[in-house]
Design a protein around this ligand. Structure first.
Ligand SMILES: CC(C)(COP(=O)(O)OP(=O)(O)OC[C@H]1O[C@@H](n2cnc3c(N)ncnc32)[C@H](O)[C@@H]1OP(=O)(O)O)[C@@H](O)C(=O)NCCC(=O)NCCS
Length: 224
């Protein structure tokens, strides 16, 4: 099964606990990553979280449950894109994280749509959940490089990304634009005359840790 087929299967069979990924580093805990399902309840939760945090993203949408469900229906058929709910030990979703734009030839993908949605999210769960997704992407999807873009003033997100070993590769400048439908969208501008008029964005990347150690061969984890 290739990378895209694996994502396809996880999304189609997301209700099966077999396709949930246990979050590592939380011993004796049932916290896990569950692929988002194309159903009203998941759309309701995702829409709520996005509305609460929309200014952290480049497209400032505040979707309704119906709009999110419509978006999820399109997402369902994109095999290069997977969103996970982060489920706390009691099974309630407390956040989300995603791997998208998976390019099998370049062994590359983007990491994002990260939201801590609920205040009761256990301490450090976001970090462990994101680390588990990255492990899964490197070892099960066989990716060699993962990147993200984040507003340089988003201190909480950058603090998390640094803990996940992301490094700043480039500093970009984004300009605030409006689509014909009136949606605010921040876009990358190549040439900047006055830097004060733009918002800084960090492009960050991470590569798999070299798992060879003196005790033997690479460690394989979390293989689905
Ligand atoms: C990004 C996000 C998932 C991080 O979750 P988290 O790792 O659990 O962290 P918290 O939200 O609890 O923020 C606390 C961390 O941010 C740091 N932080 C927050 N504001 C800060 C500031 N002004 N200056 C420096 N550090 C700051 C804190 O030091 C703390 O880091 P620590 O754990 O190293 O002490 C969460 O903040 C979130 O959902 N934000 C809104 C959506 C978002 O920005 N997504 C990313 C888009 S690229």
């Amino acid at each position: 099964m290739n990378t895209l087929q694996l994502i396809h299967r996880l999304k189609k069979e997301s209700q099966s606990p077999q396709n949930h990924i246990k979050i590592e580093s939380l011993r004796n805990s049932n916290a896990c990553l569950r692929p988002v399902q194309i159903k009203r309840e998941d759309a309701r939760v995702m829409a709520k979280w996005r509305r609460e945090t929309y200014q952290s993203f480049f497209t400032w949408i505040q979707p309704s449950e119906a709009e999110m469900l419509e978006w999820l229906t399109r997402y369902e058929n994109i095999d290069s894109d997977i969103i996970f709910f982060i489920e706390a030990p009691l099974g309630n979703p407390v956040g989300q994280v995603s791997i998208y734009n998976v390019d099998m030839d370049k062994k590359f993908a983007e990491f994002g749509r990260i939201i801590k949605g609920e205040k009761e999210c256990p301490e450090n769960l976001m970090k462990h959940a994101c680390a588990t997704v990255l492990q899964w992407a490197f070892y099960s999807l066989q990716l060699k490089k993962i990147s993200l873009e984040v507003f340089a003033d988003n201190k909480a997100a950058i603090s998390l990304y640094k803990k996940l070993r992301f490094n700043i590769l480039d500093i970009l400048f984004f300009s605030k634009t409006k689509t014909p439908k009136g949606i605010i969208r921040w876009i990358n501008v190549e040439k900047v005359r006055d830097k004060n008029q733009y918002r800084m964005v960090y492009k960050m990347t991470v590569k798999p840790r070299n798992e060879m150690n003196e005790n033997g061969p690479p460690i394989r984890r979390n293989i689905i």
